[in-house]
Ligand binder design. Structure first.
Ligand code: FAD
Length: 1260
């Protein structure tokens, strides 16, 4: 309820502050600050009283009202110059008949403390409880009188025990006799009422009451307390008329009166109430005890003490002066005024002041019968205000606030903060020094109270009162505004700063800065592995939104745009360096256009332009992707031409823009090269994220569009030259690709010399390897003709076939020199690449049929190859020196209706498939790494993240569109062609060419997954966790793979974990491995696309030399994995010692638990009765000429590991070998096992002339 007071207080403060140098106005008894505060309290008290509730609040409010009343009384006395009166000594020397009241006035004027005490006494009287009034009486002792009169009349004695006389002393005099009960009770009530009136300073009312009670002598004794006053002889000239001048009042012999009162107060024979009344009339140290016995409240005690001190001081001074006729008669006049040195006067005054302080100090702990105790904060405050210790008081309260001594939810907390805040401000206004720190603390807390009470409109005003801190404090308040508040509300709050005299720009700048700092305190620092910028990003958590919206403060007004520029850069830097590209885009969209034209500071202006440049490119690349998606198979010529023109324009723009960025020291042109400050670190991190990203995106944009624009392949090659160009040092941006820290990068030796060999041998940086791979591979595309490994010499048959094909399928056949020729022969591994005689890109089943017929024609019989995604690791399996049948145009991805199946072209890649199906909440069983083709992976098996749930990719095929070796088209299903359906499940191109696969779809609602990195030194711990997982995992949704690599960059050990489903928290099944010491962890809830592209993009980069094989295993045990590691390390050591072009040798462990559980009738035998899961030893190397060396190395390594697998009881020598990993030399018996006879029989049937035998691969 008291919350309603914030505004009235603020209003009073606002008026007072406008009068802040006008003491008179501030002390005005009606409109001054304290009286108005008092009035607010009073109104509130009345409101509380009306409700009858809020007793605690009511009491607090009363105390506050009293405190303002005290301030109202005491501050003017303390701060206003008192008119200089004649000293009492001068007055008496001039006129010994000067009336006592005039002398007393002069005594008071000579002592500021006494003046204050008198004022305080008046305050205490004014605020005293209203005195009670006894019932009116019709006569003096009327019941007793009746008995006395009767006794007199009858001569008999008075009634038993009653007094016999009516004089006031009768009770005391007549031993043991008393008044009639009603009179006695009346007497008591009367004395108490009179005491109450004296306590309230209402002497006239008391005198009137005595009159009405028929006790004039009591009126006399009350009047006796008044000093003798007679203007005519007082040297006072301000009397208004003569009559007034001649009037005298007060007690001419006060001294005598006082001693009588004192005696009466000390007289034990008198009733207590009478004694108290006398003690109140003549307060003195002697009567102190009796007076204090009547004190109930703390205020009573204070009043008693102050009254005693005032009375004593005046009496003491009068006595010390001497020379007053009215105090000492003629004798005193004759003696004259005593002369005392000024020094003595001052010493005595000082001594008295000490005594006063001591006495008042005693009230700190006085026992109180009624009302709030002595140590109540308001009593404590009042006492310190009286003692002129406001600084001490404020310090104590501020300390308490700072130490958290007060309970912020207690009902008194807010009112006390409010009171003290206004006290500080009031004291400041009336020029009473206030301890600055304490004032700030108190105001700060009051601001918090206002904030908590939602009093936003008042914040600026009180913050403004903080002086130097005002800007920051108001800024703090603005920072605290809820995110929910709309920009309009925030802008209004900012403009209020100006209304209260704060510089709006400074407040805006401080607010922006504080908001950013606050957000940065919570947000993760920019370190650790580089973020993925692919796929959907999660919605921003509050601190990111907070950071984003901090820009509002500096863009509200044009005058802070320069600050906005710097701030925008800072935020953009953070968002981009943490991969939050959409937030960075959002920030840019909020900024006013004028920011772009700010030229100074140059460094900031350039940085900002660089961000704009980047987003221009980013948006352009998005448009490329959108445009790409617009391509549909059945476009009419005009639409296609128009689409092609748009597509080309966008690609050209992207290439130009990216090339410009890559060759222009983007972001670091203005950055000092020396030193490693945070800004530089962030900028380099941004380059490390986006430069490789842009290069890869541009590369794939060019590469993927090569069919439409063959020249784009050459442009992709040019890109590789830029990447390799030492002037641009783009290789440095490939640093940190695996999460290495900038520190590592900066500590690395100087950039390598131009020779790749030297470059490669430096073990310091993974970036070099990444760059090496990229640039070498790009270069290799250009030089592949010269370097490609030639197994079969070009044959006349192939030449013939190509000629016929060229005639039969004009426009679809390509020869060396054509870009399509290069891309058709291109493989993920250069070691799987050969130079064909020609390539052909069929568009339809009929085209495929024609091709097979031509190559198989009796008079031709040309060697050929069939290429899907080109990821085989075996040379010749999808490469040839004869006719390359590139299925590149069969790349469709179609979700069918009903959505239980999806139809896929063999040249589509799995990442494309996932991205297309994800919006439909669908997925299929497919490859785990981007870039791998649909065709080979399905025809050879297909291990997926979902294999434990749904089987291999081939277990999920519903139908195949197949062109048989004789050119016949057939749709193969289990029902229509059971043999072919069986044969194609593992049979690759032994039975014809598949032009599309219809596969089962499965629900996809996101996954939880990522990469966990470990130190290779912890391999035993990791192996043990994987062994446990391999043996005990029963949840088919959980999949884990482990990879140990070693090579020129040293060893690395990583696990990939995936859990199918929208799980936010790490699934318990991975608990053990997650609890190991991790050096990196990217696992989180995400989309499958984000995971696939985010975690494995580094593998997308084409490889120079790539060889792999398979080791079938039932479970992974520690000894098996230990052997793998030993074998990998040994192979690396061997290759290095023998100076082979090794990059990496590694081993992937794939502990599937259920991979054969969904097996269907298939050529690749994977019966649940004999389960195994693949292990995948592999190597990457940099010289195609080393292919056979590494094939041998991997073969030997696999043999050694397989021996331990068998020894460990986890396998048999004739366990089935997974063909998609198997080395070309693997005997087909180990691939097809017992299925071989049936396959041979089918083959004989569908391909009697062995057309498919003209291609290489695992031949039946
Ligand atoms: C980086 C990388 C990641 C891999 N990830 C996985 C994985 O997660 N799971 C997994 O099981 N395997 C994986 N593999 C192995 C992969 O499955 C095989 O290399 C697969 O054969 C590649 O298929 P492709 O279409 O890309 O290759 P290609 O080289 O084009 O084809 C491979 C074989 O299939 C034949 N073929 C392709 N399409 C057709 C067709 N339409 N009709 C007839 N024959 C055809 C080719 O003639 C060739 O013999 C990966 C390989 C690499 C290099």
């Amino acid at each position: 309820m008291a919350e309603a007071l914030y505004e009235p207080y603020a209003e009073v403060l606002s008026v007072a502050q406008s009068n802040k140098d006008d003491l008179e106005a501030l002390f005005d008894p009606e409109q001054g600050f304290a009286p108005r505060m008092r009035k607010i309290c009073r109104d509130q008290i009345l409101a509380y009283e009306e409700t009858g509730e809020y007793s605690d609040e009511l009491e607090l409010m009363r105390l506050e009202e009293n405190t303002w009343a005290l301030l109202q009384a005491v501050m003017p006395a303390r701060k206003t110059e008192q008119s200089v009166l004649n000293s009492p000594r001068d007055l008496l020397q001039q006129n010994p008949y000067t009336p006592t009241s005039t002398i007393a006035q002069a005594i008071m004027g000579a002592s500021p403390l006494l003046t204050e005490l008198v004022v305080i006494r008046e305050w205490l009287q004014e605020t005293a409880p209203a005195p009670s009034h006894p019932e009116a009486t019709t006569g003096y002792w009327k019941f007793t009188k009746h008995s006395v009169m009767q006794a007199l009349r009858t001569g008999a004695g008075s009634r038993d025990g009653l007094v016999k006389e009516m004089d006031p002393d009768a009770v005391n005099r007549e031993d043991g006799r008393s008044l009639a009960a009603d009179d006695a009770s009346y007497e008591k009530n009367l004395a108490q009422a009179l005491y109450g009136m004296v306590r309230a300073g209402r002497l006239d009312e008391a005198i009137e009451l005595c009159r009405r009670a028929h006790q004039p002598w009591r009126a006399v004794s009350i009047r006796g307390s008044l000093f003798f006053h007679w203007k005519a002889i007082s040297n006072e000239n301000d009397f208004e008329d003569e009559e007034d001048a001649d009037m005298w009042s007060g007690n001419r012999n006060r001294k005598l009166w006082k001693s009588s009162c004192t005696r009466a107060a000390l007289n034990p024979a008198l009733p207590d109430y009478d004694r108290v009344l006398y003690a109140a009339l003549a307060p003195s140290p002697q009567t102190s005890l009796i007076l204090k016995s009547a004190c109930r409240t703390w205020e009573d005690h204070l009043w008693a003490q102050v009254s005693i001190m005032c009375e004593e001081k005046e009496m003491m001074e009068l006595l010390r002066l001497g020379g007053s006729f009215w105090e000492g008669g003629l004798a005193a006049v004759e003696k004259g005024v005593r002369s005392v040195s000024q020094e003595t006067v001052e010493d005595e005054e000082e001594q008295w002041e000490k005594e006063v302080h001591q006495a008042l100090d005693g009230l700190k702990s006085v026992h109180v019968e009624d009302g709030p105790a002595a140590d109540h904060p308001f009593h404590f405050s009042q006492l310190n205000i009286i003692l002129d210790r406001s600084s001490y008081l404020l310090d104590i309260f501020a300390n308490g606030l700072q130490n958290g001594s007060y309970d912020v939810v207690a009902y008194e907390y807010a009112p006390m903060c409010r009171f003290f805040a206004h006290l500080c401000l009031y004291l400041k206004m009336i020029d009473i020094p206030v301890p600055p720190n304490s004032a700030v603390i108190i105001l700060e807390h009051y601001l918090q109270v206002l904030e908590a009470a939602g009093q936003r409109d008042l914040i600026a005003m009180y913050a403004g009162a903080l002086g130097e801190n005002a800007i920051n404090r108001y800024a703090e308040f603005l920072v605290s505004l809820e995110l929910a508040s709309d920009p309009g509300e925030r802008r209004l709050a900012l403009t209020r700063a100006r209304d209260h005299g704060l510089d709006q720009d400074s407040v805006a700048t401080a607010t922006a800065e504080m908001s950013m700092n606050k957000a940065f305190e919570i947000l993760p620092p920019l370190k650790g592995p580089l973020p993925s910028v692919i796929g959907l990003q999660p919605p921003p958590p509050d601190p990111e939104t907070f950071l984003l919206r901090s820009i509002e403060w500096t863009i509200f007004s044009e005058t802070t745009y320069d600050r906005a520029l710097e701030q925008a850069n800072h935020i953009l830097r953070y968002f981009l360096a943490s991969g939050r590209i959409q937030l960075a885009q959002k920030l840019l969209s909020l900024l006013p256009v004028e920011i772009s034209s700010i030229a100074e500071p140059e460094e900031q202006a350039t940085e900002y332009l660089h961000y704009r440049q980047f987003f221009n490119i980013w948006e352009n690349l998005e448009r490329v992707t959108e445009c790409q998606a617009l391509e549909v198979p059945k476009m009419n010529r005009e639409t296609r031409n128009s689409w092609l023109a748009d597509y080309k324009l966008l690609i050209d723009q992207a290439r130009e823009l990216i090339t410009k960025l890559l060759t222009s020291e983007w972001l670091v042109s203005d950055v000092e090269t020396a030193g490693v400050d945070a800004r530089r670190r962030a900028l380099i991190r941004i380059r490390q994220i986006y430069v490789p990203e842009l290069i890869i995106r541009l590369h794939f944009t060019l590469f993927n569009s090569r069919h439409h624009f063959p020249d784009n392949l050459n442009l992709a090659l040019k890109l590789s030259n830029i990447v390799a160009d030492s002037r641009y040092k783009l290789y440095e941006d490939f640093n940190n690709q695996s999460g290495r820290r900038l520190g590592d990068y900066l500590e690395a030796p100087p950039a390598p010399s131009s020779t790749y060999r030297h470059f490669m041998m430096s073990k310091h940086s993974k970036l070099r390897l990444a760059l090496l791979r990229l640039s070498l591979t790009f270069s290799l595309i250009a030089t592949s003709r010269a370097q490609a490994w030639q197994e079969d010499p070009p044959s006349a048959a192939a030449t013939k076939a190509c000629q016929i094909l060229n005639k039969t399928l004009p426009g679809l056949v390509f020869f060396p020199g054509a870009a399509n020729y290069t891309s058709d022969n291109f493989h993920y591994a250069a070691t799987s690449t050969q130079n064909s005689t020609c390539t052909v890109e069929p568009l339809t089943n009929e085209d495929v049929s024609a091709i097979l017929k031509i190559v198989g024609q009796e008079d031709v019989r040309s060697p050929f190859a069939v290429k899907g995604g080109g990821h085989t690791s075996n040379v010749g399996h999808s490469s040839t020196t004869g006719v390359m049948i590139s299925l590149v145009k069969f790349d469709q991805i179609t979700a069918n209706d009903p959505s239980t199946t999806v139809t896929l072209g063999p040249a589509a890649t799995w990442d494309q498939v996932y991205a297309k199906l994800e919006p439909l909440n669908l997925t299929v069983v497919g490859g785990r790494i981007p870039g791998v083709g649909v065709g080979g992976l399905i025809l050879g098996g297909g291990y997926s993240w979902f294999t434990d749930q749904y089987g291999l990719a081939l277990d999920n095929v519903v139908s195949y569109d197949l062109v048989l070796p004789n050119g016949t088209f057939v749709r193969v299903t289990d029902e229509t062609e059971p043999d072919l359906s069986f044969a194609l499940k593992g049979g690759y191109h032994n039975f014809g060419i598949v032009t599309s696969f219809t596969v089962k779809s499965h629900p996809m609602n996101g996954i939880w997954g990522g990469t966990l990195s470990f130190s290779a030194n912890d391999s035993e711990l990791v192996f043990s966790a994987v062994e446990q997982f391999s043996a005990n995992n029963t949840d088919p949704k959980a999949v884990l793979t482990l990879t140990y690599n070693n090579g020129v960059m040293g060893p690395s050990l990583v696990a990939n974990v995936v859990y199918d489903g929208p799980v936010e928290q790490p699934p318990a099944v991975f608990e053990e491995i997650l609890n190991l010491p991790l050096t990196g962890n990217t696992a989180k809830a995400r989309t499958l696309t984000d995971f696939t592209l985010g975690e494995f993009q580094f593998l997308v980069v084409p490889q120079t030399g790539f060889t792999q094989h398979v080791i079938p295993t039932l479970h992974y045990t520690v000894p098996i994995m230990r052997t793998m590691k030993i074998q990998v390390d040994a192979a690396v050591a061997k290759a290095i010692a023998e100076e082979r072009s090794i990059a990496t040798v590694g081993m992937n462990c794939e502990p599937y638990i259920n991979d054969f559980a969904h097996s269907v009738d298939s050529a690749y035998p994977h019966s649940p009765s004999r389960p195994v899961t693949p292990g995948n030893p592999l190597s990457f190397y940099n010289d195609v000429a080393d292919r056979e060396y590494f094939e041998q190395l991997i073969w030997e390594m696999s043999e050694a590991i397989h021996a331990v697998v068998i020894q460990e009881g986890q396998g048999l020598p004739d366990d089935i070998h997974y063909p998609n990993y198997a080395l070309a030399d693997t005997p087909v018996e180990l691939i097809y096992g017992e299925n071989l006879p049936r396959l041979r029989e089918i083959k004989e049937r569908v391909d009697p002339t062995d057309v498919m035998g003209l291609s290489r691969g695992f031949k039946i």
